[in-house]
Design a binder for this molecule. Sequence first.
Ligand code: PMP
Length: 401
Amino acid sequence: SMWWGHVPAGAPDVILGIRDTYLKDPHPKKVNLGVGAYRDDDGKPFVLPSVRRAEEIIYEKCLNHEYGPISGEPPFTEACAKLAFGEKSKPLCEKTNATVQALSGTGALRLGFEFISRHYNKTREIWLPKPTWFNHPQICDAVCLPMKSYRYFAPKTLGFDVDGAVEDLSKAPEGAIVLLHACAHNPTGIDPKKHEWERLSKVIKERKLFPFFDMAYQGFATGDVDNDALAVRMFVDHGHEVMVAQSFAKNMGLYGERVGALTILCGDPETTARVMSQLKVIIRTIYSNPSINGSRIVQEILTSPELMKQWLGDVKSMADRVISMRKMLRSAIEAAGNKRTWNHITDQIGMFCYTGLNPEQVERLIKEFHIYLTKDGRISVAGITTKNVGYVAECMHKVTS
Ligand code: PMP
């Protein structure tokens, strides 16, 4: 190459790498539990009936394809904020939320971190739970924000280490930024309980830390969008001015449409207007304005009472299928006579289960049994079906006994 011969190869994406190996594997019983996308009971991608209906309605409207506003259509962003914060949320009533459309959850995180990197004048350190979604540190790196971590997962109990988290955060410097998974923590599937959220809120308040919520799975944890917004709404009630990154990839199955939103609570209308103007400056230089197809679908669903009702049912049906697969997987492993405890499979929530399998056991599952998952032992429960659950359980039993 004339110009690029010195460029080193970038690290391959772990999840997409798993998908490629899976696709090439000719074994008839192969199972992909790597990817974080919902599958129906035939292992097929699922288009929500409410989304199909919204698409039909939009098609019938014969809309044009003009540019949308830089920050997204106001009815769309308002509906997003209401979904996250609740209808009667004080900041929404006072209009002190700066909400913009973003390129799904990843784009919302990137935009939020970019905003922090340009305008934050307190301690520019992002505290991430340990472990966290692998892309969080990469995005922090991309905008040159230093990272720290706070304890989250307790290997002994396979649960949330609330004491460790509170202790670590109580040592964070004033003004540091704390990243919180609003619900359905990825990769562990373990969420703080209500009283544990209260403790987190308290230490974050006392230490004057800044809470940034990543809300990629609203509705997916419990099947109820309001339940899953508990932490965000509690923090707002406690007077925190939070930042929230929202995604519609999972809860509307709009993965490839790349539709999401970023909200910054600003405290007063003047600040809100200035923050909004700076968000638009950033958006303008990256992608100018957002895509309009996915957001039209979301807007149609969230602003039509009838479609909204249908969608809430669709979300619940996805969450319920995942919950029932957890039960079947656990009881099948136990029925095989496995001596370990497997209650964590049903205790954990959301799309993922942190199985507790070690790297050697994971390696065996992949090489001997053609079951694909990440090295940390995380499986996507959404990839389990009534047809493959027996095989997955049998193999998990074999590698752990
Ligand atoms: N945050 C977390 C914790 C996630 O697991 C994901 C999806 N894997 C995202 C954000 C963002 O996903 P997307 O960009 O597809 O909305």
